[in-house]
Write a protein that binds this ligand. Sequence first.
Ligand SMILES: *Cc1c(COP(=O)(O)O)cnc(C)c1O
Length: 435
Amino acid sequence: MVFIMKRTESNRLHETALEHLVGGVNSPVRAFKSVHGNPIYFERASGAIVTDVDGNELVDFVQSWGPLIHGHAHPKILEKVYQKMRDGTSFGAPHLGEIELARHVKRRFDHMDMVRFVSSGTEAVMSAIRLARGYTKREILVKFDGCYHGHVDSLMVKSGSGLATFGIANSPGIPKDTVATTLVAPLDDVGAVEYLFEEHGDEIAAVVIEPLPANNGLLIQSGAFLKRLRSLCDQHGALLIFDEVISGFRFKHGSYGQMCGVTPDISALGKVIGGGLPVGAYGARREIMENLSPLGPVYQAGTLSGNPLAMAAGCKTLELLDGPAYDYLESLGKILDENIEPVLAKHNYPIRLVRLGSLFWFSPGSGDPPKRADQISNDVGIFYADLHHGLLERGYMLAPSAYEIGFLSTAHEEIHITGMALALDELLTEMGAES
Ligand SMILES: *Cc1c(COP(=O)(O)O)cnc(C)c1O
């Protein structure tokens, strides 16, 4: 593998980091394990551009893995945070900012009467599940193969092959008894979920799903599938939890659930809601939320929950997400389609671009995009490492994993996308000549 881009300083820092941090990172996906080379160490970032410690400037399509819908260091978000910071960085007491952000959230997620803020997406889903179990007085969860809900014990489970099964933990350290209450079904498979309800209907507390699964590629589900989940939950007295940590606030016409005409009982949020500061949230109708402490018996708390700086960043981020902002994101998405698809076709390269709004995925294969985890071909990583490396060397940064999606922000411009398409064309030409 040829490295043209200077990586001296990044590599040096990585060597040092390895002595202090596990694998040099604080979240495993950052480790570049499935692509060539070591992680790139960032120095600063602005808008769509990241500057690394070697002085390379890269067009960033990762955007902190989703939160930065307005790009890095947006001046108006920074200004609001600076302003709030002067009044104190953490209160551990109620303040106006929490009410303001709750109002913003309820405007988009109109099934929520009340909201509870936490500090990460993991915490949001974990707490939503406790609430659902407390409310229904049942224990079993149904989740889907290929949906990620954070590193919550009971959801770190994948399915066995074939028919939906009781889950086996993805990670050591998770008690068998914990995952024994988690059932796993394939996405896009109504029959499997019906079967689970037939067998365990009166024990199922909740079905939890990313209505737009975006952590294992972008596996766009049909509205009919989501509607069937809704009716099965209703029929059996289970709650439907939509994990919209990635999809929330990404679409002009409301939540992804709303776009599909399906109302969940509880929604879990994260990423965009904090505009780059740590915020998660969950919310539901009053009758469910009233079960939470201090109104009810289900306990959940957080020292930094509702943090004033994080609330301020979230409010400004959502304020800036007006109609024109969404239209702009969609126009960028169209530019992506129009520029990338012809390049892939020209080289007859076995990738299709899957895109919905400002989320996109270079999906291996051809024909209709996959809807289930097991439809993604196993050799996806092999071609992706070269693609990732080649684009990075040309100044375009995608996530260092074939299963991670790309993010457009309002800070991206046409030139960043047409530039990536040119780089891709050049790269595929070079790879074609080599093979
Ligand atoms: C990122 C993500 C999470 C976890 O959020 P963290 O803030 O990383 O804890 C949960 N669910 C979905 C759908 C996510 O995309």
